[in-house]
Write a protein that binds this ligand. Structure first.
Ligand code: FE2
Length: 695
């Protein structure tokens, strides 16, 4: 068990920019006059980053009717009625942090549920929040957590949170959720105003959720330009009742992905209209709002001031010089991306260490974002790029131990290898990667869970097996990967870096290695391997991706945007003669290959179609649903890890039902702990519903 003295605890609180409340050994009845006034705390309450003896608590109390309060009282109790209060703290609030308030509650007992609330000098109180501490490091009890990503309040509803709460309230205490890991796209910074898009988005209605005071309009959408705008979008999301209730019930562990800063952003750059532009001031503004609105244990180098971010001064200067890891050396860029460090690790009992990384702040340029990469794309095969091309573009100068080809074959032509003199794609960055490896190596937990905001599992198709005459000849030599441009580049095509990580896991004999990811707006379960056939396939761990809470997925996009007369459309969104509507055939394409899809389209017989599965295509996958929404629950014990996908229908409108509306399916994906030298295996159980093309 970690022992924390009161002094070191206060030091931690200061480093986190939080006020501190220290738990007393004896509890007492609350003496604070509190009457609940949720209208005074319109963004609710939250807690975050629990450890075995402390947790961060959060609220926001803006000035009401022109009168501001400068201090709040936070109380932490062992019961919901606050008859057993264990800690109390006064916390300052001010305009400088947009009236948000962070309190680090320490001296708590491990593996306990606590209740907390905030009260102002007039006795006006926040709603009561519930949180829980982690089990101590030597506690071997099973643990459960949820991972989620991608909630869009502009065009969707957060029904997934309602179901999560409903099920958790009915679960026995040992089966309740320990925390919610949010892997990013907590907000979508690009916003449509309803009048800009009267036709809506696909079949979705645009909600009037925010008006940016200093926003910039690009095409038909709006983006934030300063900290006031970023704060406004967080506030608007927190007014969602389902999200607000989830934050009040579960501690959250939050990591940003792209949309917390900018849709196609990387480092201190934004990308619009196919060109990068410096945006260091916006990166700092995005970091400041994240710091203010997410109760998280983040390091900020701006100094130990309590409760304030103190943004460093930067300017939007061109970023032209990149080092050997692809990191832009422009001083404002370095200051902006280092203004808040998000990567961190959390221990949850004997069985789990969660290592969360940042995939956006340090990453190098995505090769397929380069204009020259267009040469390897064709409208005849939308989104598909030969895998051997992706491999060469990813590795850059490091291809074949420093022997990259000068030209690359594509459709019978020799095209210049524009990447031959540049370093391999780097998503984590050198500094973070060194930290990540150190954590992996030193972890003594049974399961080492990598919280990677972006997916690691290969996504590929086998257009080389299309029958002659169906469309033009495939310009590649074999399998196809998918275009990773426009902010979609992830660890599935960063082959060199992923290989380096998996080699590290193998070489150090690390067992119990599992990845949980978001970003892809789809459910995936599979094995973590650096290569697929025709390369050798040697899994070193297991990997999962969660469906989005509400943001539209690829199937939904393809239903509306894949050209209706394209010969390959049925392989993605097609229907058999017996179907009354289009089916998500893309799942079968990714899981089994084109022959299975063509058989289904001909006969409508899923069994017959699966029997034609290409065994070399996706030996790493046991489940894929490109259209699924919902959340994922992980349960770990001393010898097993199980991930449950809870899939709900497309969340177009809010459900008023207490359970958040209907379910589509529930599946479980289970691995026994493997020993050093053994190969991990994953077993799929369909618990409820029929995921059809996904298995
Ligand atoms: Fe997303």
């Amino acid at each position: 068990m970690t022992t924390t003295t009161r002094r070191s605890f206060l030091h931690t609180a200061i480093a986190l920019g939080a006020s501190a409340a220290w738990g007393q050994p004896f509890s007492a009845h609350s003496k604070v006059p509190w009457s609940e006034r949720r209208d005074y705390y319109p963004e609710g309450v939250a807690s975050g980053d629990p450890e075995s003896n402390s947790v961060l608590l959060w609220t926001r109390r803006p000035p009401m009717a022109g009168s501001a309060v400068e201090q709040l009282t936070a109380e932490i109790a062992e019961d919901e009625s606050f008859t057993r209060v264990v800690a109390i703290a006064k916390a300052a609030i001010s305009e400088a942090s947009d009236w948000t308030c962070r309190v680090l509650a320490g001296g708590l007992k491990p593996a306990r549920i606590y209740w907390y609330r905030f009260t102002d000098a007039n006795g006006y109180g926040s709603r009561v929040g519930r949180t829980r501490t982690a089990p101590s490091d030597d506690d071997s009890r099973p643990v459960r957590f949820v991972f989620v990503s991608c909630q869009n309040a502009n065009d969707g509803a957060q029904n997934a949170y309602r179901r999560m709460i409903f099920e958790d309230e009915r679960a026995a205490e040992p089966d309740q959720i320990g925390f919610v890991l949010h892997l990013g796209d907590f907000i979508y910074e690009i916003v449509w105003y309803p009048e800009d898009r009267p036709q809506g988005m696909y079949d979705r209605r645009i909600r009037d959720i925010v008006r940016y005071e200093h926003g910039e309009k690009i095409r038909d959408f709006h983006i934030p330009t300063d900290v006031g705008d970023y704060r406004a979008i967080y506030r608007s999301y927190l007014h969602d009742p389902d999200l607000q209730d989830a934050r009040a019930r579960f501690p959250f562990v939050c990591m940003w992905d792209n949309h917390e800063f900018s849709w196609m952003g990387w480092q201190g750059l934004q990308r619009f209209g196919g060109a990068d532009r410096p945006a260091q001031t916006r990166k700092v503004a995005a970091n400041q709002a994240f710091f203010e609105y997410q109760p998280a244990r983040l390091y900020k180098p701006s100094g130990p001031s309590l409760n304030q971010f103190d943004p460093p001064r930067v300017v939007d200067a061109p970023i032209t010089h990149f080092d050997d890891h692809g990191l832009g050396q422009e001083p404002n860029n370095l200051t902006a991306i280092h203004s808040l460090r998000g990567y961190r690790a959390l221990r949850w009992g004997r069985n789990m260490e969660l290592i969360v990384t940042d995939q956006r702040s340090y990453r190098s340029e995505e090769p397929t974002d380069r204009a020259e990469a267009q040469e390897f794309m064709s409208d005849d095969f939308p989104g598909l790029i030969p895998q051997e091309v992706l491999d060469i573009l990813d590795a850059g100068s490091e291809y074949k131990d420093g022997h990259p080809p000068v030209t690359i074959k594509y459709g019978g032509k020799d095209i210049a290898n524009f990447r031959k003199d540049q370093p391999a794609t780097n998503i984590l960055g050198a500094e973070q990667k060194a930290w990540f490896f150190d954590r992996l190596k030193k972890s003594t937990a049974t399961w080492k869970i990598w919280g990677d905001t972006v997916a690691t599992l290969d996504m590929r198709a086998d257009p080389q097996n299309l029958p002659a005459g169906m469309t033009k000849p495939w310009p590649g030599a074999g399998f196809a990967g998918f275009d990773a441009s426009n902010g979609t580049g992830d660890h599935s095509t960063a082959y060199a870096e992923r290989g380096e990580i998996y080699d590290f896991v193998r070489e150090h004999g690390i067992t119990g290695f599992a990845t949980v990811a978001g970003d892809r707006h789809s459910f995936w379960a599979g094995l973590a391997a650096k290569g697929l056939p025709p390369k050798s396939f040697e899994p070193v761990g297991i990997a999962f991706v969660t469906g989005s809470i509400s943001a539209p997925g690829v199937i939904e996009a393809f239903e509306h945007s894949f050209p209706k007369d394209h010969p390959l459309r049925p392989l993605f969104v097609g229907q058999a003669p017996t179907d009354t509507k289009v089916q998500p055939l893309m799942n079968m394409l990714l899981r089994h290959g084109v022959r299975s899809c063509l058989e289904y389209l001909r006969s409508g017989d899923i069994q017959k179609a699966r029997a034609l599965s290409n065994p070399d295509h996706s030996p790493h996958l046991s489940f894929v649903d490109m259209g699924g929404h919902g959340y994922s629950v992980v349960r770990v014990t001393s010898d097993m890890l199980e991930t449950e996908f809870v899939c709900i229908p497309r969340p177009i409108e809010r459900s008023e039902k207490p359970d958040g509306g209907p379910m589509l399916y529930r599946t479980k994906h289970r691995a026994r702990l493997w020993r050093r030298g053994e190969t991990p295996k994953l077993e799929t159980l369909i618990v409820e519903g029929d995921p059809k093309f996904s298995v």
